[in-house]
Design a protein around this ligand. Structure first.
Ligand code: RIB
Length: 318
């Protein structure tokens, strides 16, 4: 069968309020921000847009509120080629919102007010089934009710669509849903929460990846930011180094990694090579501020030369 989409993403759309601060805040402290940006974000929307900018045929399933933010988020995605037929405008809820604090190191902390994302329901998945049936892969995160993520993973598995689950935030989901996952991707903090393993280096990441895979997924990746990633699959474990780059803002780097790794994997690369491509796209993302403004296009990825390093072996042709 010829599919209509490469990737269908079920996930969140947020408007991000990004405040840069001169240093980490202390308890009870009030600081003046160095600047405030209001930019489109949300893990689901970021992953969908990252895939679209890399050249994939992409659809997003989710909800925004019936306010100007929601309409704007939806329109921007549509303008960049993401199919938003199943991004429903929910008049009963505000659009999801994220307050992001970015430290000088580029590391961030995020507070979510989920708004309409929390109202994504089983009916949204059922309605979008015609799209899910015509995609190569379904990508799901956890900025929505776990029951909905679970239903979508079960549905995709039952119809032979590949499943990528980014368990972020690291909230619990039923074991049967994890057994429907082909590839699980989490960062080191999420891996710690989910496994109880202290992921403070390669040994911890290897242990956590093995535990995560033993809970059901066909393969698991634990990312460690600038320290690389561990891939745990049926053929054993691989370490994928990160590119050494100047970090401006890490927001959406994980989303870029998920999208790019998924696309390379769908294109037939083994997981380690796919994750290498994901690292390359993430490295470009951390060099720019904001979530969606920082996601690179396929042309930018192709033109990029990492300082003192080799690019990924993978050359996409989606
Ligand atoms: O992964 C980054 C995203 O997390 C931000 O865009 C924010 O909206 C939160 O969902």
């Amino acid at each position: 069968m010829s599919e209509r989409f490469d990737v269908c993403v079920l996930g969140s759309l947020n408007v991000d309020f990004v405040a840069s601060v001169a240093r980490r805040l202390r308890r009870g402290e009030t600081v003046t921000s160095l600047g405030l940006d209001i930019v489109p974000g949300g893990k689901g929307a970021n992953q969908a847009l990252a895939a679209a900018r890399l050249g994939a045929r992409t659809a997003l399933i989710g909800r925004v509120g019936g306010d100007p933010y929601g309409t704007d988020l939806r329109n921007r995605l549509a303008d960049e080629g993401v199919d938003v037929t199943y991004v429903r405008i929910d008049p009963e809820a505000p659009t999801g919102l994220a307050i992001i604090i970015v430290e000088p190191s580029g590391q961030n902390s995020i507070i979510l007010a989920p708004g309409a994302n929390a109202r994504v329901g089983l009916a949204d998945v059922e309605a979008a089934e015609p799209f899910i049936r015509t995609t190569k892969a379904l990508v799901v995160q956890m900025e929505m009710p776990a029951s909905v993520a679970s239903r979508a993973l079960h549905l995709a598995r039952s119809i032979g669509v590949r499943t990528i689950f980014n368990q972020a935030p690291a909230l619990p989901i039923d074991r049967s849903a994890l057994e429907c996952v082909d590839l699980l991707i989490v960062n080191e903090t999420e891996a710690e929460v989910l496994t109880g393993v202290d992921v403070d280096g390669l040994a911890g990441a290897r242990r956590a990846a093995a535990i995560l895979r033993s809970t059901g997924p066909g393969a698991a990746i634990v990312t460690m930011g600038g320290s690389g990633a561990v891939v745990d699959g049926p053929d054993g474990q691989d370490f994928v180094p990160a590119f050494v780059v100047d970090v401006v803002d890490t927001t959406a780097a994980g989303d870029a990694f998920v999208a790019a790794t998924t696309l390379a994997w769908l294109a037939g690369q083994n997981l380690a090579v796919a994750a290498g491509y994901g690292s390359q796209v993430a490295a470009l993302t951390v060099g720019r501020r904001g979530a969606q403004p920082s996601l690179p296009t396929a042309e930018e990825v192709a033109a990029w030369r990492p300082p003192g390093g080799e690019r990924s072996q993978f050359r996409p042709s989606f």
